[in-house]
Write a protein that binds this ligand. Structure first.
Ligand code: PMV
Length: 335
């Protein structure tokens, strides 16, 4: 049986399908997309070109924390991030303009001004908010008037987890089954949970040694433990979805932490091993376990980087601020 990745559907075909008629652009437009933290992780693609996932995943968007972007028509391509011009040789520039190539009408050049309220490439999902913000801004610039699922599909072509940054609140990215990925989109979950908190501990803002795309691919190809990953998600995703809908932190916390640890276990068993953890990460996980043993309800999650994110409810916030003076507390449901 041919692998899906062998099929010839490419990102441009999907863009042309969603945007059959190209409209003239305005001079300039601006939009925002939130960062997101996965509670049930996405790790592993069934199709590289379209960034189609092997499993579903579920995240919480981080409210006002994310990427605000302005895109203007210009005589040549330019990118600035937080006010600093980026060289054409930089990874951020190359990745963004390769993505924008999918949407260019001949002869168009773009000036992109991106403002992130999160450290870049430190496993805090800045690429997710950046690609989702790009699509949201293009949607304004060209007046496409696309709905959530179409913007989610387009964002996914930039970065898988960007598909979830289209919606606020809790978001499920349904894996879908179609080879063209038209059913692989984010869906907002009907759950408003004002007491839910995410705490960010930036242990290291250094660039990660292995990017998530390469990391996923290596895990899939070389880690025997990866065979168990779809089963882990099949167990965790319904529990996490239900916990979010019921606002049941006692079910959510353990499932989310175990899901993150299981994802990292698959990477550690890859060859060469992928170990995003730093000594500070392990020390922080141990403190979280210690706090739990003392009755503080806090759980941890980690992505493709050394930083640890804490999951808790408002009633625990003071205890955690005391335990971690540098903790940045995010209320995903605050205005
Ligand atoms: O979207 P990518 O390629 O940056 O992958 C994100 C992978 C994780 O952050 C580790 C997990 C997730 O679901 O966000």
């Amino acid at each position: 049986m041919p692998k899906e990745s062998d099929l010839t559907i490419d990102a441009q075909t999907i863009v042309n399908q969603i945007l059959p008629h190209r409209l003239p652009a305005q001079e300039s437009a601006e939009a925002f997309a939130p960062a997101n933290i996965a509670l049930c992780k996405y790790w592993g693609k069934r199709n590289e070109a379209l960034k189609l996932p092997l499993t579903g995943s579920l995240s919480v968007s981080l409210g006002q924390l994310g990427t605000r972007m302005r895109i203007s028509l210009d005589d040549r391509d330019r990118l600035s991030i937080n006010g600093t011009p980026q060289l054409a040789e930089s990874n951020a520039y190359k990745r963004l303009f390769a993505f924008l190539d999918l949407f260019r009408v001949s002869g168009t050049a773009f000036r992109v001004e991106s403002h992130n309220s999160i450290p870049m490439a430190a496993g805090l999902a800045s690429s997710a908010s950046a690609f989702a913000a790009t699509v949201n801004t293009l949607n304004q610039l060209y007046g496409w008037d696309l709905g959530d699922s179409q913007r989610s599909i387009l964002s996914r072509l930039g970065s898988g987890s960007a598909s979830r940054s289209i919606c606020p609140g809790f978001v499920e990215w349904q894996a879908g089954e179609r080879p063209d990925g038209m059913d692989s989109t984010a869906v907002a979950l009907e759950s408003v949970w004002p007491e839910f908190r995410v705490g960010i501990l930036t242990l290291s803002a250094a660039e990660k040694p292995v990017g998530s795309s390469e990391g996923m691919q290596r895990t899939l190809e070389t880690s025997m433990l990866f065979q168990s990953w779809p089963n882990q998600v099949a167990k965790d995703l319904p529990v996490i979805r239900e916990a979010v809908l019921q606002k049941d932190f006692k079910s959510l916390g353990p499932a989310a932490e175990q899901n993150a640890m299981a994802m990292h276990a698959t990477m550690i068993a890859a060859w060469p091993p992928i170990i995003y953890w730093q000594p500070e990460s392990v020390a922080t996980l141990r403190r979280v376990h210690g706090l739990r043993a003392d009755g503080v309800e806090v759980f941890a999650t980690m992505d493709a980087g050394p930083n640890v994110k804490l999951l808790f409810e408002a009633k625990t916030e003071n205890d955690l601020r005391q335990a971690f003076p540098d903790l940045k507390v995010i209320s995903p449901f605050a205005d």
